[in-house]
Design a protein around this ligand. Structure first.
Ligand SMILES: [Zn+2]
Length: 251
């Protein structure tokens, strides 16, 4: 269970704009979405990946203390070794990724959906603070969304033996989530998504799952590291060029 708030999907206001943004950014998003002979059923990017050579500028929309800013930056940088994308933090508020810490939620737009958010509005929300046990995990997780990752517990092959009545009760009591929100964020697999890797219970993008909320046997701890498969997904969509002209794209 999250000690800070669980990360919830943000509503997409305009699905057409979302689709256009994805295709304009990276035409490969079409083939990732429409299964064209390859068995791409991606969870990673549901066709919302950035162009692999994209430079993502990142702004803070509020004025968090320097210590909070630096802590967030350092955890975002943990992704940098695994992707061809490059990042930089800018002082102005017009970054492609726009973070606010003046919020009561941990959430982020997924990949190119950030492009559909009006200028001046945040695309990522960080409620966790460095003193929280989950802080580092939350920041890495949210930036995973910004790279295009979906929640791994919604992988079509996850088959988590949830005790649904208990989940509804627990998430309502602890987080004030109604049934619809629980259904959307915990029980509804991403069916249109294309996955390039099998279900990964060790993914940083997986919710922690308490034994008490399942059949009593299944549980997933709070994953705190970018998993091996998370890195494979990065290598698939954002292959890093190596000096001999090849790439480390996964098979
Ligand atoms: Zn999330």
């Amino acid at each position: 269970m999250y000690k800070t708030r669980p990360c919830l999907n943000l509503e997409i206001e305009d699905p057409v704009a979302s689709f256009r943004a994805a295709i304009n950014e990276n035409s490969k998003n079409i083939s990732y979405t429409n299964n064209s002979g390859l068995t791409y059923r991606t969870m990673a990017l549901n066709a919302k990946c950035w162009h692999p050579s994209r430079h993502l500028t990142i702004s803070f929309m509020d004025n968090p203390p320097a210590s909070l800013k630096e802590a967030i930056k350092s955890h975002i940088w943990e992704w940098a070794d695994y992707v061809s994308l490059t990042f930089s933090f800018i002082d102005s508020k017009d970054g492609v990724i726009r973070i606010t810490t003046d919020t009561t939620q941990n959430a982020s737009q997924i990949g190119t959906d950030a492009l559909t958010v009006a200028a001046g509005k945040p695309t990522m929300f960080i409620y966790a603070r460095p003193g929280d046990a989950d802080f580092r995990t939350v920041v890495i997780h949210e930036f995973g969304h910004a790279l295009g990752f979906h929640h791994e517990h919604l992988h079509p092959d996850a088959n988590i033996p949830w005790n649904r009545p208990k989940v509804y009760q627990e998430y309502a009591e602890k987080w004030g989530m109604d049934k619809q929100s629980v259904d959307l964020n915990i029980f509804t697999p991403i069916d249109e998504a294309i996955t390039v890797t099998p279900y990964d219970p060790t993914s940083i993008m997986h919710y922690p799952v308490e034994k008490e909320l399942t059949d009593g046997k299944f549980e997933i701890p709070m994953n705190t590291e970018i998993s091996w498969q998370d890195k494979r997904i990065c290598a698939h969509f954002y292959p890093i060029e190596i000096p001999d002209g090849g790439s480390c794209e996964s098979p």
